[in-house]
Every structure is written in structure tokens, then in C-alpha cells.
Design a protein around this ligand. Structure first.
Ligand code: SPV
Ligand code: MG
Length: 550
């Protein structure tokens, strides 16, 4: 179970009694945080013990009524939120009657199944660290508090358990039996007998006396034991002796402290963390324990695994350097493109090149480099299509000579259409600058509303035709070399390519798109205004460098 686990409070409260009824007993392990709660939840324990000792220690504090109820309730909530098992809470002394009333109400509201309160006075001391006779509560006052608690609880399956500290305080068995009788008569649901001896002798001596007392009183509350010091006795033996609920009270916290100290020492001595790897959980294990895997799975479902193809094949040089390898601000152009894709969450990258060796040392190992055939019939188109050969899912294609921002990628991917190209309308405003043949886009239904003020970054139009030979007046934008294909889009692209690949008429990528439109496949265009630049000349690289600096 993880952060997604669900257990309604009412259901959880009664689940402890249900387990005892079914199995005849319940065995629990301590938790002091959400993560330790997950450990207890994972293994074969019936319930979670929320301990005052370990809750305090996990905050670096002593177990001496210093950590207040608000903080305890917060830890309890943290654990309940990621688990489903019942929980027994260590209520310390319970405070005075009003404190106890309020505590019970809050624990029931949270879905806690039981609270154990001890017959000591506030501020209490931990049982293993200095309880003395003077720290004990008057049994009559304590019994009165128990009665108040029994009247306060609203759920019969929420258990109030009285904890006897008299053996630990050295008050002897007679005093302990006298107290037990008073607490049973106060109506409690359970009696916890505590001992700090190394052997279970006291507890085993107490049990038959307790059974006889219950017979005499005609009511037998649950019997609870906490075998921390006398832990040579097994759970089975304790159960056989008459114990109903066994609490392993502090072991996860003690394990965590030892392991943290060992690891810290190792890292400090080794002056690196490598040596500690075998002692600690992997990050992956932690991810899986806390349910992070589920989040990633759902992210993947939401955004299908998109690939990207960077088409760099072609003999384009700046000076004598391959254009894609020419630096902008100390990094090759292709590296900028790779980083933009990575920022958009696209990990699966393919690059088509003419010469594998040039790119090998520049690109990360997980990038798929495909060397394309320089002498093929329709060189430009063939090189793109050979890059797409092993890509079946949705893909973003980019020419190798542009830089673009990741917002353009997100917009292209977000749409619902199977084929979407990215185009820019701003060329209309600087037609006089154009000294090369642009790949222009003509729309089926051009938008005649020229108001450029809008919230959206892009408009989508259906494309009628693409071409370098289109009249500037009849076209609405310029294709700048980025396109998205859905799974369906890529299937159709590939099948159309098969039909024309031997025809020398089709050399450009836009030739294939025109062919598709002729065959009634719809091509859409997202019209952007800026957000990209083209890198053809040395001057373009200089301008790009300036833009990146700003
Ligand atoms: C606790 O775990 O905080 C307890 C049990 O009260 S013990 O420390 O064993 O007394
Ligand atoms: Mg305690």
C-alpha cells in the first residue's frame, strides 16, 4: 500500500477486533513515520503500534511527555494515510480527564483501533529509563480516568487498554493485582502488563493470576504484552500462555538509527558514498515503496512515449565544420536540439547523419545514430524516412538546421491531429529579407482576421498545399522544419512513402506531405509567431549566440 491506499476510519477501527476474533490474537510492529508504516504494512503483522518512544526519538527528542498530542496526532495521520492496517496508539498517561476525553475523540475520528494509557503521572518517564515509585499514579485516580474514557468512546470496537507499570516501578505482584482489579472494574477493554526484566518470568507469573481474577470478576479483557527486554520468548509461546495482543514496540526505529550511523560512518571514513551502496536501499526501491512508480506509470499513460528524429544528413558546412556540429555558445547546434527535446520530456532520440564517426563522441550513448545513404535516389526524403524506420509511435521530426524553444514542441504534441507541421506567419512582415526559397504553406481556409492579439500561442489550420514554388501571396506561412506525427500519422506517412520512393519527382519531405494530401490524408499546421531560428550561415550562428545570451 502507498499514498493511494484507502481505509475509511470506521472500517479501520473495527478491523483490530475482527482480526483477534478471526485469528485469536494480533501481533503488531512499531512505526514512527509514513515510511516505517509502509514496512509494517508490507510484512505479516496484524497492526501498527504508534509508540511514544519512537515517535519522540524520530524527532530527536526524549520520551518524556515532551512531544505533545498535536504532534503525535500528526504522525498518526501520516502513517494512517499510507497504510490500511489497524493501529494501536501509545497514549502515555492520557493527561488529565479532559485531555483524555479529547484524545479519545480525535483518535476515533482518525480511525485508530485502540489506545493504551499507563498508570503513571504526567510528565511520564520511559519505562526503561527511570520509572520509580514516585512516578506512579494513584490507582483510584487512574481508574476514574479509565471510566471517563470508557464513557467517552463512541465506538464499541475502539479499545481502551490500561497499562500496568507497577512491576517496572518495583511495587510487586500484589500491588499489581490490586491495580489490575481496579482497572478491570473501571470497564477497560484490555490490560497491558509491562516488565523490564530480561526474562518473561514476571509476565508468565502474572498471567494465571490475571486469568483467575477475570474468572472471579466474570469478565476477561484482552491481555497485552510488550516483549522488548524479555524477547527470548516467542510470539507463539506468549499467545499459548494467554496473551492476546503482542507489541514489538521500537525495533524499526532502532534498526534505522543503527543503519544510519553505520552508513554515515562509512561515507565519512571513505570520503565518498560508493562503499555504502551495498548497505542501503536503491533510490528505485524507495520510489517503489512510496508508490512513485504509479505516478510515472500514469504519466506515461497520459503522454504516450514520444520519440524525436533530428534529420542532420546532408553536406552542409560552416567553414569546414558540419553545420550540426558547429558551436553556439560553446555547444554544438545538435546538442542544443537534444537538450530542448529532453526538456520537453522526450527521451527517445534518433539522429540521421552522413558520417557516424563525426557524431559518435558528441552525442550521448542512448541516442540512436543512423548513417544514411548519400547516393540514394531521393536523398533528403530517404534520409528522413530511414531515420523513422524503427519508430512506430508518435514522433516529432526536426530538420537539423533550426533551433526552437520547447513551448513549440509542447503545442505540437498537445493537438489531436495525426499530422501537424509547425509554421511561422511572420515572414509576411519581412518579405524583403527573404533571399532563399522558403517551404511555404497554403491553408484550406485562411483566417482573414488579422488581429494578432490573442492568448493562444498558436492557431491550427488545415493545409492545402506546401511548396517552394508557391506564390507568396497565396500562402499564409512558412514551414520551418518541425512536424508531429501520431501513431496513426506515422503509419500513413510510411505507407505513402512506399508508394513514391522510387519516383525521383519526390525529393523533399514536403513533396511526400503533398502526396499525402492528394490522397486525402489531412495535414494540419500550427501557426507560430517566432520561437525558432534558422541556422544556415556563419552570421546565423552569431545571431543565435546573441539571442541565447539574452
Ligand atoms: C513505547 O513504545 O513508547 C512504549 C513501550 O511505551 S516501551 O517503550 O516498551 O515502554
Ligand atoms: Mg511509550
Amino acid at each position: 500500500m502507498t499514498f493511494e491506499s484507502r481505509k475509511l476510519p470506521g472500517e479501520r477501527i473495527s478491523s483490530l477486533v475482527d482480526i483477534i476474533k478471526k485469528k485469536g490474537h494480533a501481533i503488531g510492529l512499531e512505526a514512527h513515520s509514513g515510511l516505517s508504516g509502509l514496512v509494517t504494512e508490507k510484512l505479516d503483522f496484524d497492526f501498527i503500534w504508534e509508540s511514544s518512544l519512537t515517535d519522540s526519538a524520530s524527532k530527536g527528542l526524549p520520551d518524556a511527555s515532551i512531544v505533545g498530542n498535536e504532534s503525535r496526532i500528526h504522525t498518526i495521520d501520516e502513517i494512517l494515510n499510507v497504510t490500511t492496517k489497524p493501529m494501536i496508539v501509545d497514549g502515555d498517561t492520557g493527561g488529565d480527564e479532559d485531555n483524555f476525553r479529547f484524545l479519545i475523540k480525535r483518535l476515533e475520528n482518525q480511525g485508530v483501533s485502540a489506545v493504551i494509557v499507563e498508570d503513571k503521572i504526567f510528565p511520564k518517564r520511559n519505562s526503561f529509563g527511570g520509572t520509580v515509585g514516585a512516578g506512579m499514579e494513584d490507582p483510584n485516580i487512574f481508574s476514574k480516568k479509565l471510566e471517563v474514557g470508557m464513557k467517552t468512546k463512541t465506538t464499541k470496537d475502539f479499545l481502551i487498554i490500561a497499562r500496568l507499570e507497577s512491576l517496572i516501578a518495583g511495587l510487586g505482584m500484589n500491588e499489581t493485582m490490586m491495580r489490575t482489579e481496579k482497572y478491570i472494574n473501571a470497564g477497560v477493554d484490555g490490560i497491558m502488563i509491562h516488565s523490564k526484566l530480561k526474562e518473561p518470568s514476571e509476565v508468565l507469573e502474572f498471567i494465571p493470576k490475571f486469568e483467575a481474577l477475570c474468572k472471579k470478576l466474570g469478565r476477561r479483557p484482552y491481555l497485552i504484552a510488550v516483549p522488548t527486554t524479555y524477547n527470548n520468548i516467542s510470539d507463539d509461546e506468549l499467545i499459548k500462555s494467554g496473551v492476546d495482543i503482542i507489541i514489538h514496540a521500537n525495533h524499526l526505529l532502532r534498526a534505522a538509527y543503527k543503519s544510519m550511523m553505520d552508513t554515515a560512518t562509512l561515507i565519512s571514513n571513505s570520503r565518498r558514498s560508493y562503499e555504502s551502496d551495498s548497505n542501503i536501499s536503491s533510490v528505485k526501491e524507495i520510489f517503489s515503496a512510496v508508490g512513485y512508480d504509479k505516478i510515472i506509470e500514469r504519466d506515461k499513460e497520459k503522454s504516450p512515449n514520444i520519440s524525436a528524429l533530428i534529420a542532420c544528413a546532408g553536406d552542409h558546412k560552416i567553414g569546414n565544420i558540419n553545420r550540426s556540429l558547429n558551436n553556439i555558445s560553446g555547444k554544438p547546434l545538435i546538442q542544443h536540439q537534444v537538450e530542448t527535446f529532453r526538456r520537453s520530456g522526450i527521451e527517445n532520440l534518433t539522429v540521421t547523419v552522413n558520417n557516424h564517426n563525426e557524431f559518435d563522441s558528441i552525442l550521448e550513448k542512448d541516442i540512436n545514430i543512423i548513417e544514411t545513404d548519400n547516393n540514394s535516389l531521393n536523398q533528403l526524403l530517404d534520409s528522413i524516412m530511414s531515420g523513422l524506420k524503427n519508430i512506430d509511435g508518435p514522433v516529432i521530426l526536426t530538420y537539423g538546421d533550426i533551433l526552437f524553444n520547447d513551448k513549440i514542441i509542447s503545442e505540437l504534441v498537445l493537438g489531436e491531429n495525426d499530422i501537424v507541421i509547425a509554421a511561422d506567419s511572420s515572414y509576411k512582415y519581412h518579405k524583403h529579407d527573404i533571399d532563399k526559397k522558403l517551404e511555404l504553406v497554403a491553408y484550406k481556409n485562411p483566417d482573414n482576421n488579422f488581429s494578432k492579439r490573442k492568448l493562444k500561442m498558436t492557431d491550427t489550420f488545415e493545409v492545402k498545399k506546401l511548396g517552394k514554388d508557391l506564390n507568396l501571396e497565396e500562402s499564409q506561412s512558412e514551414f520551418f522544419g518541425l512536424a508531429f506525427f501520431s501513431k496513426e500519422g506515422i503509419i500513413n506517412l510510411k505507407s505513402c512513402y512506399e508508394e513514391i520512393k522510387d519516383d525521383t519527382k519526390y525529393n523533399l519531405f514536403i513533396d511526400l506531405l503533398n502526396y499525402m494530401m492528394k490522397k486525402e490524408f489531412k495535414v494540419f499546421c500550427n501557426e507560430f509567431d517566432g520561437g525558432w531560428i534558422e541556422l544556415h550561415t556563419e552570421n546565423d550562428f552569431k545571431l543565435a549566440e546573441k539571442e541565447l545570451e539574452n
